[in-house]
Design a protein around this ligand. Structure first.
Ligand code: FAD
Length: 393
């Protein structure tokens, strides 16, 4: 069955390993087919906000988001979807991943009413979600969040700001982490569901290196009802951390999709480009560059698969494995895209060409949902210096 899958999007040999089940292989096949049928839509980038929403609606119509409303957790499936969508287009991966990121805290911590209110729309792609944790002075250090949420007679009053929020300006609902108590640090945080139309909420768009709906949020006497609280009061830090720990590996999967696309384009170029009486691919240093890419892509795919398998099987080390997968896959994806640009020469630097877009698009993956250095800290914290054999810590 896997032999029919385009080898460019997925590595069929890795998909055939026991890390995956038959339904994942079938899913991969369906993703490849659907993405090929919708390639123009998925590659759209002329109007990032409108295009992102069009892609979101198409993903919802096709049922790719249906799992968000009552479906089982399946991180291998989530990773495969990001891999396939990132291969086709940055906005496609963005629309899918931010929707899943936004729905996950509601799935995990929402009351029945909150789930009923938001999940059907998020799963249908008719509602757009966002997850707002970062602030200008609290990015890597989530415990430093200062957005103030004060209890009132009718609910809560939010004052302050959020920064670097994906889907800012187009989201119908934001999951927001705010400070409801003095702390210390992480203990004084709570999560809230804030409809995008709430009076007192303002969006300041931020233009990014890879254009998309993105910006800062300003809360100015933003009043919320009691039932806007998501999870328990004081439980905001675990809401943020659980979601981020789970999603990190999926960032690695997206990195793999971008990097495979770049490697495939570079291979086609090197195969066809005349050079010194032969083809570019005949040169030993160029062949060595492709060998390096192969090793990095294989290793990244295996680490992503292992971490997704671990979480799908309730393994206790998923946060550590998720950090390993994100760190490695995003770092080597950057290297692979850079090598691909090098193989293209000047043609790889033409504005809005495939390679130039990938070069811009891959950069943020080493920063968002925990920078590479934060992943190193997570991995190091799981090392037992007294361990006696590998896998023990
Ligand atoms: C494209 C994109 C989308 C994003 N989407 C969202 C979103 O939807 N919601 C949201 O809440 N946020 C989002 N973010 C914000 C993102 O999560 C933060 O940028 C990230 O957590 C880093 O925070 P910071 O930018 O404030 O950098 P800082 O925290 O200032 O860190 C800067 C650098 O300091 C170093 N550093 C930091 N901590 C450590 C450490 N512990 N050990 C060693 N070195 C360290 C690293 O080199 C790091 O890159 C997004 C960012 C980008 C780029």
């Amino acid at each position: 069955m896997t032999a029919t899958i385009s080898p460019s999007t997925f590595d069929t040999r890795i998909l055939s390993l026991p890390l995956y089940e038959d339904h994942h292989r079938e899913l991969a096949q369906r993703l490849v087919t659907w993405c090929a049928e919708h390639q123009d839509l998925l590659a759209a980038a002329g109007q990032p906000e409108a295009d992102g929403l069009r892609i979101l609606h198409a993903l919802g119509d096709a049922g790719w988001l249906a799992f968000l409303d009552g479906g089982p957790d399946d991180y291998r499936a989530l990773c495969l979807a990001r891999e396939a969508l990132a291969y086709r287009g940055d906005l496609a991966d963005y629309a899918f991943s931010i929707q899943a990121l936004a729905a996950t805290p509601i799935r995990r911590f929402g009351t029945d009413d909150q789930r009923r209110r938001y999940l059907p729309g998020l799963a249908a792609g008719t509602l757009c979600g966002a997850f707002a944790v970062s602030e200008e002075s609290a990015g890597s250090d989530v415990a430093a969040i200062s957005l103030d949420a004060r209890e009132t007679e009718t609910g809560w009053m939010l004052n302050g700001g959020k920064a670097w929020v994906a889907n800012a300006g187009v989201a119908d609902v934001y999951t927001v982490i705010a400070r409801t108590g003095p702390g210390p640090g992480a203990f004084g945080l709570s999560a809230f569901l804030v409809p995008g139309t709430t009076p007192g909420l303002r969006v300041e768009p931020v233009p990014m290196i890879a254009p998309r709906a993105f910006g800062h949020l300003v809360f100015d006497d933003c009043a919320l009802p009691r039932e806007a609280l998501l999870g328990r009061r004081g439980g905001g830090f675990p809401v943020a951390m659980e979601v981020l720990d789970r999603f990190r590996m999926t960032v690695g999967a997206a990195a793999l999709g971008f990097a495979r696309r770049a490697a495939d384009a570079a291979l086609a170029r090197a195969r066809d480009r005349p050079m010194l009486g032969g083809k570019l691919f005949d040169l030993p240093t160029v062949r060595a560059a492709f060998a390096d890419m192969e090793v990095k892509l294989d290793a990244a795919a295996l680490l992503v698969a292992r971490s997704a398998w671990e979480i799908d099987h309730g393994g206790p080390r998923y946060a550590r494995d998720s950090a390993v997968a994100k760190l490695y896959a995003t770092e080597v994806a950057q290297e692979v895209v850079d090598s691909a640009v090098q193989i293209f020469g000047a043609a790889g630097l033409v504005r809005d060409s495939l390679l130039e877009r990938l070069y811009r698009q891959i950069r943020s993956l080493r920063i968002y949902e925990g920078s590479s250095e934060v992943q190193q800290a997570v991995i190091a914290s799981a090392i037992d210096p007294h361990r006696t054999h590998r896998g023990a810590s």
